[in-house]
Design a binder for this molecule. Structure first.
Ligand code: SF4
Length: 337
């Protein structure tokens, strides 16, 4: 009997759900209910039988959209739903689809409608938390390989990434930077200074089209060494691009998880949030950087729009020279592609 994983959250969470897919696929067919963006990211995942796209903010919005989706899911005859995204709406959808077993976290908003509740381990990485929806509370701590996310860019994705990289002439190490984030205080403001310091390194800026202004500032700091790839590639082609780079420098945001999915060592910069929340980088040799000893840190589960204290010390005082030293260290220990 097939299982359904419901994951309609942010892109980073979708990437971190891939170890759960792999664990469930050992028991039988697995489908994933995801957003349109999530579907584009999971294309080619061998653990998934099919993707069910739930456009909850578009054509499937509202009660009518939920009812329509529930009818469609009933045809799937799922014996279990795994609520990787814990909203009440997702729980109502699983029950309306008449899925008898509904497994989710004991802290989720929809938990009253679950038939099995798994402890939400605040001290674990979120990939492990999600994996435990299949493995259960009593399972021993997983090996790192079991909870490392996986993404599967296609040959076309890789070709698109390579065609873009051909626009960046010269040799030398290739480093990706992802300066953006939905949350303003998660953006480290010293990326241009860092790129200027790394004067023998070629840099590719990844992100959405909304990050193009940041990319322009970075390119201006290092003329001739920076390729602006923001808004120019699909999500999986962006992952393929990151896979071509020796290191990714990113904030606590989705590109960190893309890099985990393709195994690129990542320097993840944390300001108002901390890795202990469970969203640090998982690619081998990755590191999380942040300012220790700040009494106000962390101040928010995601990162406020602006620093409530005005000084923004969690990001402003993280010196570019400190980050550059860590990049140098990774470039020395990782073969240049
Ligand atoms: S209150 Fe502290 S942790 Fe929060 S944004 Fe400001 S400096 Fe950063």
């Amino acid at each position: 009997m097939p299982a359904l994983v419901i994951q309609t959250s942010f892109l980073g969470d979708t990437v971190l759900t891939t170890p759960l897919f792999a664990a469930l696929a050992e028991r039988g067919p697995v489908d994933a209910l995801v957003t349109p963006h999530g579907a584009s990211l999971l294309r080619g995942n061998p653990a998934l039988r099919s993707l069910v796209v739930y456009d909850k903010r578009g054509r499937d919005a509202g009660v009518l959209g939920l009812r329509r989706m529930a009818r469609r899911l009933r045809e799937g005859a799922y014996d279990a739903a795994y609520l990787a995204q814990g909203s009440l709406r997702s729980a109502v959808l699983a029950r309306a689809a008449r899925i008898g077993r509904r497994v989710g976290f004991d802290t989720s908003a929809g938990r009253a409608l679950y038939t099995e509740r798994v402890r939400y381990r605040r001290d674990a990485h979120h990939a492990e938390r999600l994996w435990r929806l299949a493995a259960g509370d009593a399972a021993p701590a997983p090996a790192s390989d079991l909870i490392r996310p996986r993404l599967y860019p296609s040959a076309d994705d890789r070709a698109a990434a390579d065609a873009l990289l051909a626009e960046l002439p010269g040799g030398g190490p290739l480093v990706a930077v992802a300066p953006g984030s939905i949350w303003g205080t998660k953006r480290w403001p010293h990326v241009p200074a860092l790129v200027s310091m790394l004067d023998d390194v070629r840099v590719v800026v990844v992100g959405s089209g909304e990050d193009s202004v940041l990319a322009e500032t970075i390119a201006a700091a290092a003329p001739g060494r920076v390729l602006d790839a923001t808004g120019r590639l699909s999500l999986l082609a962006s992952a393929a691009l990151i896979a071509r780079c020796a290191v990714l420098i990113a904030n606590d945001s989705a590109p960190t998880h893309l890099a985990s999915g393709v195994g690129t060592p990542t320097l993840a910069i944390f300001g108002p949030t901390v890795p202990a929340f469970g969203f640090g980088p998982l690619a081998p040799r990755s590191e999380a950087l942040g300012v220790d000893g700040l009494a106000c840190r962390p101040c928010h589960p995601h990162g406020p729009r602006e620093c409530p204290l005005g000084h923004f010390a969690c990001m402003q005082t993280l010196e570019p020279s400190r980050v550059a030293a860590r990049v140098r260290n990774l470039l020395d220990t990782h073969p240049v592609p």
